[in-house]
Design a protein around this ligand. Structure first.
Ligand code: SIN
Length: 329
């Protein structure tokens, strides 16, 4: 029989997974929480083969996961990682030795590949993009504005994986902002202004020929492909339930959001700016420090993220895959 224990402690959570008889996936439910001592006993009794060590960041979201080799995942470990991902929203796995094939295989354990419309892929891997910046590069920082990846798509991606290949000695952190926490703490007066509203999303400001990464963007090492298709628009609710957890969350932010459906221009601009300031308050943030060989996966459905600089004179290279919209969850 399959047994998965989920064991929260003050500073650390242990997810203990045993193999099921038939290797079938088993969801890890909160109802399976057990005490630490019971968990330790469980580990011994169950002759556990694998134990994930999960350390929450202590910030608004995010956790580091150790004691797992992402090249060797069985279905139960995938279920345990998925559970932790939904719980912490951003997971970082240090000390992984992943080839590009491994990165793709890991991604596919969590959903289909997403469609990356404006990135060129790396050679031989159509689903991997290189997020890179040379030591001497002077173009604007890529992804420096808060965003949820590709929120302008009809079926936006569930998540993103990013694997650190060349990491500068300092700087280059990625910031995340927990949008469930931001909504939960939102003042009533602001919430009533967005309740029931839909936002208009578009990639035009970034990826259209006249956008930030458009035809005038010179000297960038990252391979971006601007297109007229970036002007297309799509509506998504400003507040929506997370498709897997059901928790209400704010979705995306000004940038990819260019307006509020049915609202006049002045009102929508003021509202989007006010909303942005609320969504990205420091208390909702997690600052992620990179290491080479670290893989991070985040949940685009409930976090915003942005890149930071501070590493001039050093290269920075990460390989990125997109976990597409999973119609089965
Ligand atoms: C991204 O948004 O995909 C890149 C984030 C980063 O470079 O830190």
């Amino acid at each position: 029989m399959s047994v998965v224990y989920y064991i929260p402690t003050d500073t650390c959570e242990l997810l203990v997974a045993t193999m099921s008889d038939r290797g079938k996936a088993k969801a890890v439910h909160r109802s399976e929480k057990v005490s630490l001592s019971a968990g330790r006993t469980g580990t011994e009794v169950c002759n556990t083969r694998t134990m994930l060590e999960i350390t929450p960041s202590g910030q608004a979201c995010g956790a580091t996961v150790r004691n797992v080799d992402l090249r060797r995942l069985d279905d139960e470990l995938v279920a345990a990682i998925r559970h932790a991902w939904l719980d912490h929203k951003v997971l970082a796995f240090p000390d992984q030795d992943l080839s590009d094939d491994d990165l793709e295989a890991f991604t596919l354990r969590f959903g289909p590949f997403g469609d990356d419309p404006f990135f060129a892929s790396i050679d031989g891997h159509p689903n991997i993009a290189a997020i890179c910046r040379r030591a001497d590069e002077t173009s604007t920082l890529f992804a420096e504005n808060w965003h949820a990846d590709w929120s302008f798509q009809e079926f936006p991606p569930d998540g993103t994986c990013l694997y650190g290949k060349v990491i500068p000695p300092s700087g280059g952190d990625t910031l995340y902002a927990d949008q469930q926490a931001a909504l939960a703490a939102m003042p009533h007066e602001l919430r009533v202004r967005i309740e029931g509203r839909s936002a208009i999303h578009s990639a035009g400001n970034s990826y259209a020929p006249d956008g930030l990464y458009g035809d005038g963007d010179e000297g960038r090492s990252m391979q971006i492909r601007p297109s007229e298709s970036a002007y297309e628009t799509r509506l998504h609710p400003v507040i929506r339930p997370h498709r897997e957890t059901g928790a209400d969350t704010l979705y995306s932010t000004i940038g990819y959001i260019i307006g509020i459906d049915g609202m006049d221009a002045d009102e929508e601009r003021d509202l989007l700016v006010e909303l942005y300031h609320w969504q990205t308050r420091e208390e909702f943030q997690y600052r992620h420090r990179w290491e080479e060989g670290m893989l991070t996966m985040w949940d685009n459905r409930c976090v915003l993220h942005r890149a930071t600089g501070g590493y001039d004179g050093h290269d920075r290279i990460l390989h990125r895959t997109t976990i597409g919209y999973n119609h089965d969850v």
